[in-house]
Each structure stands twice: as structure tokens, then as C-alpha cells.
Design a protein around this ligand. Sequence first.
Ligand code: COD
Ligand code: ATP
Length: 201
Amino acid sequence: MVGLIGAIGAGKSTAARCFAGRGGQVIDADALGHDALRQPEIVAALMKRWGERIVREDGSLDRREIGRIVFADRNERSALETTVFPYITRRAQTEISAAQANPDVGFVVLDAAVLLEAGWGDLVDALAYVDAPREMRLGRLAARSGWDETELTARESAQWSAEAKKARADTVLVNDGSREDLQAQVDRFVAQFCNVDGVRL
Ligand SMILES: CC(C)(COP(=O)(O)OP(=O)(O)OC[C@H]1O[C@@H](n2cnc3c(N)ncnc32)[C@H](O)[C@@H]1O)[C@@H](O)C(=O)NCCC(=O)NCCS
Ligand SMILES: Nc1ncnc2c1ncn2[C@@H]1O[C@H](COP(=O)(O)OP(=O)(O)OP(=O)(O)O)[C@@H](O)[C@H]1O
């Protein structure tokens, strides 16, 4: 199993698509986290803590508002993680088992920004870190999500340092060029670490 981490906005999801195009089954931890926020018992617990301010007009939880709360205060982030991590971990385990049991799946990719912080490092056989210059990441995040530098910095402060993560990675994929350039780097990683024709990682 391959782990995918990286600098925020560097292109993890984009790299995940590159892996998927080469036979990898991607498990997207951010998406599982979003599913967690749709579970009635989790919604109730978070509303009890933060009130109506985190609820949008359509009744769903406002992730942007929750992000403002938890990335400004370590205690609040901890409260959110305690509430959602059991669900995310359960779902990830189920999806990993299903993918590993599927003979059509060449290898499994766990795309999880906080993979190391969550203690999932031992689950993976090879770890790729996606990187890009900060200015480039800021531009991409502004275009994709409307985030500014304050939001990026707040999230960065909630994670291990780039140096600590890179030190644990087998490879750094530098996503400062075209998507084709990133695909070529992913292809080299797959050739080196994912024996897709033989033993499955
Ligand atoms: C705080 C929430 C509501 C913000 O939602 P939003 O749609 O704005 O961001 P999204 O979930 O797409 O995450 C985007 C990026 O934020 C960073 N991030 C998210 N959660 C965390 C966290 N707990 N710690 C550090 N960074 C985080 C990651 O780099 C992630 O890739 C959401 O991220 C959340 O519920 N987080 C807690 C669950 C979690 O840790 N998920 C990460 C994968 S396990
Ligand atoms: N090589 C590239 N060229 C141009 N745009 C890119 C490239 N790679 C990624 N992008 C764009 O940059 C934005 C951020 O990429 P992506 O969503 O893959 O990052 P991420 O690391 O998954 O983000 P997050 O840390 O928020 O989970 C996206 O809109 C994506 O389409």
C-alpha cells in the first residue's frame, strides 16, 4: 500500500488521480472526513459544541466555518478529531480491506494529508510526499477554494513540519510543472515501489 501526503495544496488529489490511472485504488481520507460530517450522531455532537453557526441553510454542516474554528484553536481541533476520527478510521479500514481483496486492484493508495499525524504510517509500504513552491500552492488554493494565506498558514500550523514529513517519505514528487510532468514522476514511483505485475503492495 502506498501512502500519499504532501504540502497543503501541492496536488495530492491530482497525484492520486495519476496513481488511479495506473491501476491504483485510491482511498481519499479527506472525502471520508466529509462523510463523517454527514453522520447524524456526529452532526449532533458538533452542533452541541459549536451551535447553529456551523449549520448551513440546507441543514448540512458548514466545513468552512468549522475550519475557521478548529484551525484557530488546538483544543477545538482536538475535539473535532476525537469526534470524527473513529468513523474515518473504521471507513478507511473497511475500504483498504475491500481493495486488497479485489484481484482487479493493482495496489492501494491511501491519500491522507494527516497520515503521519494520525499514526497510520505503519499501514503503508511506501510513502510519497507531493510538494510545490508556497506561492504556487497559494495561487492554486485561492483559485480552487478561495483560501488566502491566513487560511493556508492556519492549516499548516496544525500539521507536522514539511521537513519532518519529507524525512519519512520515500520520494518527493515535485508538482511545479504540468500535470503530465507529475504523471511522469508518479510513473517512476509506481515502477520502483508498486510491483503491479507481481506481488501487490
Ligand atoms: C476542518 C474541516 C471541516 C475543514 O473542511 P474543508 O472542506 O475546508 O477541508 P478538507 O476536509 O477538504 O481538508 C483540506 C486539507 O486541510 C487539512 N486538514 C484537514 N483536517 C486536518 C486536521 N485534522 N489537521 C491538520 N490538517 C487538516 C489537510 O491538509 C487537508 O488535506 C475538515 O477538514 C475536517 O473535518 N477535518 C477533520 C478530519 C480530518 O482530520 N480529516 C483529514 C483526513 S483524515
Ligand atoms: N500541475 C498542475 N498544474 C496546474 N494546476 C494544478 C496542478 N496540480 C494541481 N493543480 C490544481 O491545484 C489545485 C490544488 O491541487 P489538489 O487539489 O490536487 O491539491 P491537494 O494537495 O489535494 O490539496 P489539499 O491540501 O487542500 O487537499 C487544484 O485546483 C488542482 O487542479
